[in-house]
Design a protein around this ligand. Structure first.
Ligand code: GDP
Ligand code: MN
Length: 386
């Protein structure tokens, strides 16, 4: 789960990490009040679940509360598109008004899970600010890494090595290691998958400060953290994924045009691989699971068909635990409610498959039956391209 920058900063400060003075606003009038409260020059930051805001006008500075109100008017209730949001962008319902600090130098620190090493990984860089991905690609020597043994945690020598690797002035080494210790504590206590400060800055008056923050929490841990669960902002999430979560199916929206409905995560992955291999693009990952009900099939297919990008649906079912005829009845229910405006490729094997196919054939919707995996993939890709 993603949370906003202002929420991430509250968490960081709970773990002893210095953050700028500021407060949030959801209306231009509140933004003006927030600016009066902070005093002096301020920075106005659009709160969306994505970075890269600085490059597209999502971060502005203002000298007076009046200017802040104007900027807030132009920023609130718009959509911001950055390289991390996808083409539709994300809505700005909240802005953060913060003291503008004079920045001497910008650094990068993060802790995340290295899935190939199966441990937490701390990363620092002297080249913080905007575009850390480019630094990693062009000047990898500026990226310092330390794998963390979860049994020992982040050891003092590792934190020192990360801090010296950032080429921090001597007087900031100890404060930086304390910041890293706080970040690691937050990372483990709140079951994060990412804690990132970019940039961590040395201010003109010589302080270390977290100017931007990003904290992601492992979805599986949300039920254990009531305080974190309350931070959820579904206005920042894909609406179809929110609907899917409500009915308990695993749905991830992707950019392609071939909608897939599959049972079992392994089969769903294989289905997407076959589509890619045949030169197509999946519109989604959708695993309806093993113990699915007829209503579950119906609702899952309705979600798939709600995506306007979908040109063809490929239903790929192995009836092991679930019976094929039950899936067929669920499909028919969905089609009765939503209509079948697009072609559908159906591959089905397993328990009661004959009955299922008869049911679907009798009711005569626009279905292409294909029992071979490769052929089904080819047909789905061909229909999508036509
Ligand atoms: P992001 O682009 O979404 O990652 O947003 P950030 O919060 O990282 O802001 C982008 C950039 O704006 C930072 O790297 C800073 O250079 C600049 N910035 C943000 N806040 C301040 C501030 O208070 N003072 C100054 N001088 N620069 C700031
Ligand atoms: Mn940033």
């Amino acid at each position: 789960m993603k949370i906003h920058e202002y929420q991430a900063k509250v968490l960081l400060s709970q773990f002893g990490i210095p953050i700028p003075k500021g407060s949030v606003a959801r209306t231009p009038e509140k933004a003006r009040k927030a600016a009066e409260q902070v005093g002096g020059k301020v920075v106005i930051k659009a709160q969306i679940h994505a970075g890269g805001r600085g490059l597209v006008g999502g971060i502005k500075t203002a000298e007076t509360p009046g200017d802040v109100e104007e900027i807030a008017k132009n920023l609130l209730e718009t959509k911001l598109t950055t390289h991390q949001t996808g083409p539709e962008g994300l809505p700005v319902h909240t802005i953060l008004v913060e003291e503008a600090v004079g920045v001497e130098r910008e650094f990068y620190i993060s802790i995340l899970i290295d899935t190939s090493e199966k441990t937490p990984l701390a990363i620092t860089s002297e080249a913080g600010g905007m575009g850390i991905e480019e630094v990693a690609a062009k000047s990898p020597e500026k990226i310092i890494k330390q794998h963390i043994d979860p049994v020992t945690g982040l050891l003092p020598y590792q934190a020192r090595s990360l801090a010296y690797g950032m080429n921090l002035p001597q007087e900031h080494i100890r404060p930086a290691t304390q910041i890293m210790a706080g970040m690691y504590k937050l990372f483990t206590e709140k079951d994060c998958s990412l804690v990132e400060i970019n940039p961590l800055v040395i201010t003109a008056d010589g302080r270390l400060l977290a100017l931007d923050a990003k904290v992601n929490i492992d979805d599986n841990a949300i039920p254990y953290h009531k305080d974190i669960a309350e931070l959820r902002d579904i206005s920042q999430e894909e609406p179809l994924e929110v609907d899917a979560a409500k009915i308990g199916v695993n749905y991830v929206k992707l950019d392609g045009d071939i909608g897939c409905m599959v049972n079992g995560a392994g089969l769903a992955m294989a289905t997407m691989d076959f589509i890619k291999y045949e030169g197509g693009e999946p519109a989604n990952f959708l695993d309806i699971g093993g113990g699915v009900t007829q209503e579950g099939v119906r609702d899952a297919l309705k979600i798939l068909l709600s995506d306007p990008k979908v040109q063809v649906a490929w239903i790929n079912i192995f009836g092991g635990i679930v019976r094929c005829d039950l899936v067929a009845r669920g499909i028919l229910e969905a089609l009765k409610e939503k209509g079948m405006k697009i072609p559908c490729v159906l591959r089905m094997h397993g328990t009661n498959v004959e009955e299922a196919i008869n049911l679907l054939k009798e009711s005569g919707p626009n279905i292409i039956f294909e029992s071979d995996f490769t052929q089904a993939a080819r047909k789905a890709v061909a229909v999508a391209k036509a």
